[in-house]
Design a binder for this molecule. Structure first.
Ligand SMILES: [Fe+2]
Ligand SMILES: [Fe+2]
Length: 418
């Protein structure tokens, strides 16, 4: 008897050179005796963990905008002009990687325009691997469709092939490969007038469905995808007036459900930041936006060994050039820097810092690249000219753990799942 074992190795992505330099090769080994031994072992002990590995990619917040749908808006943070060439480039770069599936955790379009949703769903339909999406706040700006945007009930119809087996339901379970389940949740929540509330929320009906669904797939590898952040990615994010709108209002309830079901992997977007955060045994991997600095995407590899030990290798790539935008990292870093002053002023004058405006106005220019550096992930902050307590506050936004030790895990890391 023979078995086909797929061994995979991946060259590390170089974050600073070219578009991306990921290559992969598969070596197929025919090892008759090894297979015989395994078959015997698993027939004697059917409860032994099966070794497995699979690879997938994440593209978040692509904010797709066809040229005729782009508004001229001077303070816009999203560089939507590059949305289509950027996603085309990433799809081209991941094409040789033999990925098993692709995840897109929301903000698929800039303002929920039907033509942008149509363009993306048609483009995703051409891909040779399964794709799962969830809606972001930009995808369904209002509960009901308007003359410019689709409504929540339309979303599943546009993306029926990408997770939504029941088009009447804006959340789903999708078995992307045998034994691997992706759960896509809807975190958009609307007031009685149909306008989005600022923070995301998973409603009670969805939570009930989630509990039942998790019980049904408890023996599989389960990954959950949702647009809003569930675990804090910034110090004090859930309480900070600037940071909390990126989180789920009922994050603790969702975390409890996920913890109980021993879900270990969460994928989010929305914050436009490369960050990996942990709560108990759950990792939340949030991926930055394809249309804002540093224009990242991720390629991940899940592995389970014979003892049942699970790990995920996380790598990240970037778009560094598209036609007409030769020095994209420099341009988009300055783009954020040019728009940062009012936000830094708010950060300095609002709780917890509460600085007087005249003092904040002096400090804000020195924070010109603060947000761009956070978005890049793995940053280290030190502002020696700031008062010590202020310097300490900003240091906490860097890649350090609770003990102040450097932990660069936002872009390239190996996560051990426990
Ligand atoms: Fe976004
Ligand atoms: Fe968003």
């Amino acid at each position: 008897m023979t078995v086909l074992l797929k061994q995979t190795y991946t060259e590390t992505i170089d974050p600073g050179v070219g578009y991306r330099n990921v290559g992969s090769n598969h070596i197929y080994l025919y090892i008759p005796s090894f297979f015989f031994l395994l078959t015997t072992l698993y027939s004697l002990f059917p409860s032994l963990p099966m070794p497995s590995s699979f690879r997938f990619a994440v593209i978040s917040d692509p904010h797709i905008a066809l040229p005729q749908t782009i508004w001229d808006h001077p303070s816009r943070f999203h560089l939507v002009e590059i949305s289509i060439p950027a996603i085309e480039l990433v799809l081209e770069q991941i094409a040789p990687l033999d990925i098993d599936f692709l995840l897109l955790p929301g903000d698929l379009t800039q303002h929920g325009e039907p033509e942008n949703h149509r363009w993306l769903s048609e483009r995703l339909a051409q891909l040779p691997y399964p794709v799962c999406v969830v809606p972001g706040n930009h995808d369904v700006p209002e509960y009901l469709a308007t003359d410019r945007s689709i409504g929540l009930s339309d979303f599943a119809l546009y993306y029926e092939q990408f997770g939504y087996s029941d088009p009447a339901q804006p959340y789903y379970l999708c078995e992307v490969i045998p034994g691997v389940q992706v759960i896509g949740l809807n975190s958009n929540f609307f007031d009685p007038a149909g306008k989005q509330i600022n923070m995301g929320r998973v409603d009670d009906q969805q939570l009930d469905w989630l509990k039942n669904t998790l019980a049904e797939v408890k023996d599989d590898v389960v990954m959950v995808m949702i647009h809003h952040n569930v675990i804090e990615h910034l110090p004090g994010q859930a309480k900070n007036p600037l940071g909390r709108r990126y989180m789920l209002e009922n994050a603790s309830t969702l975390l409890e459900v996920l913890n109980t079901a021993e879900v270990k992997l969460l994928f989010t977007g929305h914050l436009h930041v490369q960050d990996v955060a942990r709560h108990q045994s759950i990792y939340e991997i949030t991926t930055g936006s394809l249309v804002s600095y540093p224009h990242p995407y991720r390629v991940l590899e899940f592995q389970q060994d014979y003892q049942g030990n699970q790990s995920v290798r996380v790598e990240s790539g970037r778009v560094t050039e598209v036609p007409g935008w030769a020095n994209l990292p420099h341009f988009s870093r300055e783009w954020i820097g040019d728009r940062s002053f009012p936000f830094m002023l708010r950060l300095l004058t609002q709780p917890p810092l509460n600085l007087p405006v005249h003092e904040a106005e002096k400090l804000a220019p020195m924070l010109r690249y603060f947000w761009a550096d956070i978005a890049e992930g793995d940053a280290v902050f030190h502002f020696p000219s700031f008062p010590p307590e202020l310097n300490h506050y900003f240091k906490q936004f860097g890649a350090i753990d609770q003990n102040g030790e450097l932990q660069r895990i936002d872009n390239f890391t190996l996560l051990t799942l426990q």
